[in-house]
Design a protein around this ligand. Structure first.
Ligand SMILES: O=P(O)(O)OP(=O)(O)OP(=O)(O)OC[C@H]1O[C@@H](n2cnc3c(O)ncnc32)[C@H](O)[C@@H]1O
Ligand SMILES: [Mg+2]
Length: 198
């Protein structure tokens, strides 16, 4: 089977990528498989910058084509927070649960018609002899008042997807891949993927 290497340590993200890439005939490998000790500091101020940092560091080390994803949740009522800080919103090393709790507390007094939010995802593709390429995808939704659903990861249990009438964490991996920020970003390079990966 062909392989795609993702510069991530997030197992939930890796599962999302499996649902996206398995239909294309790619097996997904992550940092846990190819470079367990690798730590890339996410010093960028945009999703694109951080995705490029992660992809180029790993491509350089392995001398092969890799993908990185930098993603997060933008909440209108919080002026776009947590944004690029989504993974560490409640503090470095804090859990998804703590991050969701912080968001729910901050939105406790925000009306239903002002709870708009979107997931964003920048994907960077880097490799030897190529200029790093980035694509961007989003997924619009609303922040609920409580958690619901056990699939996915991160903020999925509090993110309502209006077009499906369900929480993101209630979707099967394939259903999430069809509408997610991550799936939407990958769609933009799907035609080139077979040539760029191996
Ligand atoms: O950097 P890597 O190792 O890939 O893993 P990470 O979890 O730190 O990933 P990011 O730096 O891209 O931070 C993204 C955070 O945004 C949130 N997030 C991104 N995509 C999500 C999704 O599909 N569902 C729920 N939350 C998501 C979640 O809290 C992630 O930890
Ligand atoms: Mg990260």
């Amino acid at each position: 089977m062909k392989q795609v290497i993702i510069a991530t340590k997030n197992k939930g993200k890796a599962k999302d990528f499996e649902a996206i890439f398995n239909p294309y005939g790619f097996e997904v490998l992550t940092l846990h498989d190819v470079a367990e000790d690798m730590e890339v500091e996410e010093t960028g101020t945009t999703f694109e910058e951080n995705a490029i940092l992660k992809a180029e560091a790993l491509a350089e080390r392995l001398q092969t084509f890799v993908i990185a994803d930098d993603s997060g949740l933008e909440i209108d009522a919080l002026n776009g927070a947590p944004g690029v800080y989504s993974a560490r919103y409640a503090g470095l090393g804090k859990s998804d649960e703590a991050n969701m709790e912080k968001v729910l507390t901050e939105l406790a007094h925000v009306d239903d018609n002002k709870r708009m939010a979107r997931f964003c995802c920048a994907i960077a593709l880097a490799g030897p002899g190529m200029e790093t390429k980035t694509v961007f995808g989003t997924c619009e939704g609303l922040i609920a008042h409580d958690r619901k659903g056990t699939n996915g990861f991160g903020y999925d249990p509090i993110f309502f997807v209006p077009e499906l009438g369900k929480m993101m964490a209630e979707l099967q991996p394939i259903e999430k891949a069809a509408i997610s920020h991550r799936g939407n970003a990958i769609k933009k390079i799907s035609e080139e993927l077979p040539n760029l990966l191996r």
